[in-house]
Design a protein. Sequence first.
Length: 284
Amino acid sequence: MTHDNNNSPAFFNGQYMPLNQVQISPLDRGFLFGDGIYEVVPVYQGKALGGEQHWQRLLQGLQTSGIELAMTLEDLLQTAQPLLDANEAAQMLYVQVTRGVEASRKHRFPVQAEPTVLMFSSSFTPPISQDYNGCSAWLQQDLRWQRCSVKSISLMGNVLAYHQLWQNGVAQDEALLVRGDKVVEAPSSNLFAVIDGVIVTPPVDNILNGVTRGLVIEQAKALGFEVREQAPEIYDLTRATEIWVSNSYEELKPVVQLEGKPVGDGKPGPVWLQLFQSYQSLKA
């Protein structure tokens, strides 16, 4: 569950202001081209979960994209702090950096612009609990671009995957993206499956290296589970006894049906439950 955060505090290009007072130029390359990087950091009682990994991924994305931000990691951390409420149970800190505003719209480089920096926090209620009954998932061809490891704000391909679910009348289900005969991830989540007693998750060769994914792998290994980083083929995924997807907002969301057929016994499984409980302990 999300909340109405329209008046929440924001930081925009050197100034703090209510979010509803932020004004983005129509010539901002983020608006015109999706030319920017973003990050979402979950914060519980004022403590960021996986914060270091989120910030490092942001900086790596900026470097990969050639966006030269004058702010250091310490600058970013200090800037974000006033936006967070230590008494708030759960918040999402959103950070977006675009290549900035140019005098005229053009594709080609060099770009004469200062990066646009926007940060704001939103309170929320984690949507997945231990009593969650699970969701259904449907396979779709992965039609996104070939730099999926960059957390770009160019998310049209991801949005279209969810639009397809909506058109099919299953808007609350999940899409699992397929390249060739391998299932690689969901539009906004990483994929996990239990196949032949082993936890399988696709490698991050051309998918987003999810921070939550990394934390789940660490927790799984600490609990004694074998984890294999490989993309499952469609056939193998159809015989998985458990499937779930992970991201910072939904955390670990169990998938109990795949293409209309039950996964395992059609209920969230015991491996998911152990990892879900273990993940909650990281918020303490």
